[in-house]
Design a binder for this molecule. Structure first.
Ligand SMILES: [Zn+2]
Length: 699
C-alpha cells in the first residue's frame, strides 16, 4: 500500500505567490478564479492553456524575484524572506492545477507536455535558488535576525531558508563548490546505474514451470497470471513467475515446492549481487564513500549527520538509539515466531531447519490455522460510503467539525465529490475533495494533496485550504456497492489524517517546512481509530442487512493484525539500522564491500539467520536516492503515532481536551514549528517507545 503526501510540485520554500494580474482575457489559468470558494475552474481548463500560463507565470515570478534582489533598501525579513514567499503565487496556482491534471486526468498530450514542462520548471527553480544576489540578502537578514522581532513561525522559516542554502553549499569557496557539484553529478549517475542494474536483473529472472505438479498450493489467480506471463514470453503452455511482487509474494506464500521457493527467493535477495556486469557492490561502495566526502566538505561528521540535521531525530545517534531499543524488544518475539514456524514443520514430519525462503509459506499455514479469516467475510461491512462516514464521524467526535456534500463547485474530475468542512459553530474551514476509484486517467496509489494551502495574504486576508483525497479503491460492480478490503479501510483513514492536517493548518505564508520524520504522524494516528471496536461499531454495518459487525469478527481482525508482527518489524528495523550504519561512516573506507559490511553488522546485533534485512545493500532503492539515512523515518513515525494515540487511550478515545491539544499543538503547527517542540507541547514530554512495543505485543 502506498502512503504518501502528494507534493504537487516540489518547487521549494522559496516559491509560491504574488498579487499582480496577468493577461486575464482568455486563459482561465491566468484569470482570477470566478468560482465559489475560488476553486480552480477545472472544466474550463484545456491542455493547451498550460504552456502559455507557465510561461507567463515564470516570467512574472522572475520579475518579482528580481525586484527583491535589486531592492536598494537594507535587506529585512519583510522585504526579502517574506517577499520571496509571496513571489510566484501565480506559478504556484498553475503548477497546482497541472499537478492535479497530471495525476487524475492524465492523457497522452498532457504526459508529453509534462516532459517539456518539468525540466523547464526545474531550471527556473535552479536559476532562482542559485542566484547569489538573493543568498547575499538572506545572509544579511539572518545575521541581523534579532533586529526584526520575528514571531516563532517567521524565525522557524528564516532558519529553514538559511539552512537550505548552507546545506546546498552556498557558503563554500568557489573551488569547493566545484568539487561539490562534481560529487553531486557522480552520485546521480551512480544512483541511476544502480537502479538500472536492479531493473534489468528483475526483468531477466524467470522461474519457468512446465510441470503442473509444481504449481501445487498456489491460488488460481496466481496460476492464471503465470500462464499469461508465459504467453507473453512465448512459452505458451508453461507458467512463468517473476521477481515482481504480485508474482513473487503468492509463490513464496503458497507454493508447496520448497526448492522452487528457495530458487525464486534467492534470486530476489541477490539482486545486484551476482558478480556480473549488473553487480552493484562496487557502485554502492562508491556511493557511500562519495557521500562521506560530501558531508565532510559541508562540515558534517557523516552523511547521516548531514541528512538528519533539521529532522525531528536531529542526529543519527538519536535515531539509532530509538531503533536499538525497539530491536532489543522485538528480538525475543521474532525468535518465538521462528520457533512456532519450526513447530509447524516438525508437526508435518519435516526434518529440516526453517530457512529464510520458508518463512512466508509456513507463516501463511499458521495464519490459516490460527485465525481462519476470510476477506470476503469482512468486506460486506466495509461499504465505501459507510467507511467514509465513519472517518467523518471520528473527526466530528474529536474536533466537532462537520462535512457536507456540495454540488456548486468545479470538480477536478466528474468522479470526484466535494465537501464543505465547518467548525462546530459553523465557521468555514475549507473544502475536501474525494476521488476514490481507479480509472485509466489516474495514477496508482493513494494520496492526499491540495489545490491551495492555508495562508494569509499580504493584505491580511485568510486563504482557506482546498484539500484533496485520492485513492484507487475497489469499484462498485453490478448491484454491489464498493466494498473495501481491510487494507483499503486503513488507507482511507490514513489519507484522511493527512487531509485533517491540511484543513487545520495555520500557516501564515505560502511556505512551510515539514520535518520528514514527522510527516506521517497525522496520518498514521488516524489508522488507530479505524479498527477500535467502538469505532467499528459506528460505521461497519452490513451493506445489505445493516447489521453491526459481530464482536467475533472484530476480535479476529484484531488478533490476525498482530500476527507475524515480529517478523515485519525486524526486517524493517534491520534495513533501517543498516542504512544508518552505512551512512554513519566518518571517513571513506577503501575496498568497502557492502555485503560483508551488512553481514558483519547485522550478525553483530543479533539478526536471526532466518530473516534478511527488508532490502539488502545491493537493491536497497531507498538509499540509492532520497531516503538515504532516512529509512528509519517510517519506524520513527510509528513510535510517534502509537505514543500520541496512547494519550487518547489514557483518557478516552474522543477525549475533548486531548483532541483540542492535538489539533492546536500538532495539526495546526505542522511545518511552521520545530517538530519535537510540537510533540512535547502535545504530550508534555518527548516520545516514548512503550506504546509501540505494547501494540506489537512486546510489552
Ligand atoms: Zn501518508
Amino acid at each position: 500500500m502506498k502512503k504518501y503526501l502528494l507534493i504537487v510540485l516540489s518547487i521549494g520554500v522559496l516559491f509560491s505567490s504574488c498579487t499582480k494580474k496577468v493577461n486575464e482575457n482568455s486563459n482561465p489559468l491566468l484569470a482570477k478564479y470566478d468560482t465559489p470558494f475560488e476553486v480552480p475552474p477545472f472544466e474550463k481548463i484545456k491542455t493547451e492553456h498550460f504552456a502559455p500560463a507557465f510561461d507567463s507565470a515564470m516570467v512574472l515570478h522572475k520579475a518579482e524575484m528580481e525586484a527583491i534582489m535589486t531592492n536598494p533598501e537594507e535587506p529585512t525579513f519583510e522585504n526579502t524572506i517574506e517577499a520571496s514567499f509571496y513571489a510566484g503565487e501565480l506559478l504556484g496556482k498553475v503548477a497546482s492545477v497541472f499537478g492535479t491534471f497530471n495525476s487524475v486526468n492524465i492523457s497522452d498530450s498532457l504526459q508529453m507536455l509534462a516532459q517539456e514542462i518539468y525540466p523547464k520548471l526545474s531550471t527556473h527553480s535552479d536559476e532562482i535558488s542559485l542566484d547569489l544576489r538573493f543568498w547575499e540578502r538572506v545572509k544579511i537578514v539572518y545575521a541581523n535576525k534579532e533586529k526584526f522581532n520575528l514571531n516563532a513561525e517567521q524565525a522557524f522559516l528564516l532558519e529553514s531558508v538559511y539552512k537550505g542554502f548552507v546545506r546546498n553549499g552556498a557558503n563554500l569557496p568557489e573551488d569547493k563548490k566545484e568539487e561539490l557539484m562534481k560529487i553531486n553529478q557522480e552520485l546521480s549517475t551512480i544512483a541511476l546505474t544502480a537502479e538500472q542494474n536492479i531493473l534489468s536483473e528483475v526483468n531477466q529472472y524467470k522461474l519457468v514451470i512446465d510441470n503442473e505438479k509444481d504449481l501445487a498450493g498456489l491460488p488460481e489467480s496466481s496460476i492464471q497470471a503465470a500462464a499469461e506471463e508465459a504467453i507473453n514470453d512465448s512459452l505458451t503452455g508453461k507458467w512463468v513467475f517473476t521477481l515482481n511482487k504480485p508474482s513473487l509474494i503468492p509463490f513464496l506464500n503458497y507454493a508447496e515446492n520448497r526448492d522452487l521457493r528457495r530458487d525464486i527467493y534467492n534470486a530476489y535477495v541477490n539482486q545486484g549481487n551476482n558478480n556480473d556486469d549488473k553487480d552493484n557492490k562496487a557502485l554502492m561502495a562508491q556511493m557511500i564513500n562519495l557521500r562521506v566526502k560530501r558531508a565532510k566538505l559541508l562540515g558534517y561528521d557523516s552523511h547521516a549527520a548531514y541528512k538528519i540535521e533539521g529532522r525531528m531525530a536531529q542526529n543519527p545517534d538519536r535515531a539509532i538509539e530509538l531503533l536499538t531499543k525497539l530491536w532489543g524488544g522485538i528480538l525475543p518475539k521474532v525468535q518465538q515466531e521462528r520457533n512456532d514456524l519450526q513447530s509447524v514443520i516438525s508437526k508435518e514430519g519435516g526434518n529440516f531447519k526453517l530457512e529464510p525462503s520458508d518463512w512466508f509459506y509456513y507463516t501463511e499455514k499458521l495464519r490459516k490455522e490460527k485465525y481462519n479469516i476470510d476477506e470476503s467475510e469482512v468486506r460486506p461491512y466495509f461499504k465505501l460510503e459507510n467507511v467514509r462516514e465513519g472517518a467523518f464521524s471520528v473527526a466530528n467526535k474529536l474536533y466537532g467539525i462537520t462535512f457536507t456534500e456540495i454540488n456548486n463547485v468545479p470538480l477536478p474530475n466528474p468522479e470526484a465529490t466535494a465537501f464543505e468542512v465547518k467548525e462546530a459553530d459553523g465557521t468555514f474551514i475549507g473544502l475536501l475533495f474525494t476521488d476514490f476509484h481507479p480509472r485509466a486517467s489516474k495514477r496508482g496509489g493513494a494520496w492526499c494533496g491540495s489545490f491551495r494551502d492555508h495562508s494569509i495574504t499580504k493584505e491580511g486576508k485568510e486563504i482557506k485550504p482546498l484539500v484533496t483525497l485520492v485513492c484507487n479503491f475497489t469499484r462498485p460492480s453490478g448491484d454491489t456497492p464498493a466494498l473495501l478490503s481491510v487494507d483499503e479501510v486503513e488507507t482511507l483513514f490514513h489519507e484522511f489524517g493527512h487531509a485533517l492536517d491540511g484543513l487545520f493548518a495555520k500557516t501564515s505564508y505560502p511556505a512551510s517546512d515539514i520535518a520528514w520524520d514527522f510527516v506521517e504522524l497525522p496520518s498514521q494516528i488516524m489508522e488507530h481509530w479505524a479498527y477500535e471496536p467502538e469505532v467499528l461499531k459506528m460505521y461497519a454495518h452490513h451493506y445489505q442487512t445493516g447489521e453491526v459487525i459481530p464482536e467475533e469478527l472484530i476480535t479476529k481482525l484484531k488478533e490476525s493484525g498482530n500476527f507475524n508482527q515480529g517478523f515485519a518489524l525486524t526486517e524493517v528495523l534491520a534495513a533501517s539500522l543498516l542504512d544508518l550504519k552505512l551512512h554513519a561512516l566518518t571517513e571513506p573506507v577503501e575496498n568497502l564491500n557492502v555485503m560483508d559490511f551488512e553481514k558483519e553488522y547485522l550478525n553483530s546485533i543479533g539478526l536471526i539467520p532466518e530473516i534478511y534485512s527488508r532490502y539488502r545493500s545491493t537493491y536497497f532503492r531507498h538509499i540509492m536516492g532520497g531516503y538515504d539515512a532516512g529509512y528509519y523515518a517510517y519506524t520513527w513515525a510509528s513510535v510517534l503515532d502509537n505514543d500520541a494515540f496512547e494519550a487518547f487511550k489514557e483518557t478516552s478515545l474522543f477525549d475533548q481536551t486531548t483532541a483540542k491539544s492535538f489539533r492546536e499543538n500538532v495539526l495546526a503547527m505542522n511545518g511552521i514549528k520545530d517538530a519535537m517542540e510540537m510533540f512535547v507541547a502535545f504530550r508534555g514530554r518527548e516520545p516514548k517507545i512503550d506504546a509501540l512495543l505494547k501494540n506489537y505485543g512486546i510489552k
